[in-house]
Design a protein around this ligand. Structure first.
Ligand code: ARG
Length: 563
């Protein structure tokens, strides 16, 4: 809304200069560097330059156009700037009424008939589920919610690493050392164990590698026994990953992984051939990508298919099937080259959707400055990490509020929310430090701090009586207006988060909103004896609550009633 006011002023002035001087100007309407100077600032330099008139004359002309507008309460000329204080009563009323009327729909983008496809989590079956996959899961899930809020259709794909030479190894290892029950109980971790054992034993017994290659080749040719094992490993692994997804409240629209593209790769290879892009290189097939990058490997010397080939088949399939506006791949920084190559091959094939392939890259999780690995990153240990967070949250609750009902349920929401918030709050491309104690603090930049602020607001709302008379002139005060401005900027921040594929934008926004609220709370007696003041305060709080909870939902964090 305040954005619109700026835009209207801009258009009004541009129209004036067009009509009066036949000049097409780009008038800047911004916010002053310092809040004390006003709400809106118009620098006159563009006009001075275009009209070639003295500064004062130009400033006066601008002032004449705007000074009688309703929205302008007062103005001040400072150097070449016109600083405007706007009338806040009407704005505050409109914004509050809108939020309260729209509820959780507030901030929704215009419905677009466009689809964003998101590829996230995507662990490798028969290899460890790493902390990186946890990051991908959390970032992808949040982006999906943000794009839905922004008015897009979304489609979430768990591009399981369910095909590849590792299956040769795991099948060999399983037949030698595995047993049914342990795979049933702890499939992902059990298979990872077998995978690790295979590598250990292969160090002294390199023939194992040949055996595994042979087995994978037969698997690709359709060996029934191996296919059955593969299928079983795959199912058990998905079931185990689901436990983690359940805890995190993450869902997918499809589990079509790499294996799904097995029968779609010949077509891609043929297309590359027809387009004269495929060249032979020492027995292998590659696409040359020029000076700037190494070639993309399409077929290995032994004929085995590759990660890249499957991704090429996958992106073509996704374009045909979902006609995506953007295809997002939430994958760690270390696969930058892979996605550059993917984009480059697609572009060489003549498809302009190459530009819509977006690598949503992210950094490492560190512990004491070093890359974190949860003892080979097994999914069970990831669940252990979440359980540890829950336990620590429980301890805090137990100290602060021992009589709270359903402490277990509450600790779960706090503990998991803390891990999620800590992951999302810094820009995804950065590495971050994993410190459970820090992320569980009730103050500072944490998930629990936001949940706590929300609980505080709700407990005030529940304990105060409101009627229906308001005094919007209160919003002339800076700590009142700061909050109006915050809640007004919700959709602006959703747009920013979509532009940069960055849930951290929403996190920072919510931290700022919570901090402005807590300042307000320190300055103002919300349950004021004066009925009109009290009502106005409560109306403001109701609106903040709506925005805060909707914001929390977008970063996959549950609000609480008590904590
Ligand atoms: N399974 C891969 C890995 O763990 C990530 C897959 C990402 N998605 C994709 N379409 N390449 O490294």
């Amino acid at each position: 809304m305040i954005e619109n006011i700026k835009l209207e002023l801009k258009e009004l002035l541009e129209k004036y200069f067009l009509n009066t001087y036949n000049l097409e100007l780009n008038i800047v309407v911004e916010e002053p560097k310092k809040k004390e100077l006003g709400d809106i600032s118009i620098p006159s330099f563009v006009v001075v330059k275009a009209l070639r008139k003295p500064l004062n004359d130009c400033v006066n002309e601008i002032v004449n156009v705007i000074k009688d507008l309703d929205i302008v309460k007062s103005y001040q000329i400072m150097g070449g700037f016109i600083n405007i204080v706007i009338n806040k009563e009407e704005i505050a009323k409109e914004i509050l009424d809108k939020i309260i009327k729209e509820g959780s729909n507030y901030g929704n983008g215009v419905k677009k008939n466009e689809t964003i496809v998101l590829d996230y989590s995507s662990p490798n079956i028969a290899k460890p589920f790493s902390i990186g996959h946890l990051r991908s899961t959390i970032i992808g899930a949040s982006l999906k919610l943000i794009f839905e809020k922004g008015g897009y259709n979304t489609f979430g794909i768990n591009h399981l690493g369910d095909w590849g030479s590792q299956f040769g190894k795991v099948i060999v290892a399983y037949k030698k050392w595995g047993n049914d029950n342990s795979v049933k109980e702890n499939s992902l971790s059990e298979l990872a164990k077998l995978y690790v054992r295979f590598h250990d034993e292969a160090k002294t017994n390199p023939e194992l590698e040949d055996e595994a290659r042979e087995v994978f080749k037969e698997l690709e040719l359709g060996n029934e026994e191996y296919l059955k094992l593969w299928k079983w490993f795959r199912e058990e692994s998905i079931n185990e990953a689901l436990k983690l997804y359940d805890m995190l409240n993450v869902k997918f629209d499809s589990y079509n992984g790499e294996a799904f593209y097995n029968d779609k790769m010949d077509a891609i290879v043929k297309e590359l051939e027809d387009k004269k892009l495929l060249v032979e290189d020492d027995g292998a097939m590659i696409v040359d990508l020029g000076e700037s990058m190494p070639p993309a490997l399409i077929k290995r010397r032994d004929g085995a298919s590759l990660y890249m080939t499957r991704d090429l088949a996958a992106v073509e399939y996704r374009k045909k099937e979902y006609n995506f506006k953007k295809a997002l791949y939430v994958v760690g920084n270390e696969q930058k080259l892979h996605f550059n190559q993917l984009r480059s091959v697609i572009s060489k094939m003549g498809y302009d959707y190459a530009d819509d392939i977006i690598h949503v890259n992210f950094g490492l999780v560190l512990q004491d400055g070093k890359k974190m690995s949860t003892r080979s990153g097994r999914v069970v240990t990831l669940i252990d990490v979440l359980n540890e967070a829950i336990k620590m949250a429980y301890k805090q609750i137990d100290e602060k509020n021992p009589n709270l009902e359903n402490k277990e349920e509450v600790s779960k929401k706090i503990g998991i929310g803390a891990v999620i918030f800590n992951d999302l709050k810094n820009h995804r491309s950065l590495d971050y430090e994993f410190n459970l104690e820090q992320m569980l603090k009730f103050e500072g930049q944490t998930g629990p701090y936001l949940q706590y602020t929300d609980v505080r607001i709700k407990s005030i709302l529940n304990s105060c009586k409101a009627t229906n008379e308001f005094d919007y002139s209160l919003f002339e005060k800076p700590h009142y207006y700061a909050l109006i401005k915050d809640i007004d900027e919700f959709s602006l921040n959703i747009n920013k988060a979509m532009e940069d594929y960055a849930p951290s934008v929403i996190c920072k926004y919510l931290l700022n909103l919570a901090s402005d609220f807590n300042t307000f709370y320190g300055l103002e007696k919300i349950n004021n004896e004066n009925e009109v003041i009290r009502n106005t305060n409560l109306k403001l709080l109701s609106a903040i609550k709506i925005v805060l909870e909707e914001g929390l939902r977008l970063i996959d964090i549950f609000p609480l009633e008590r904590m």
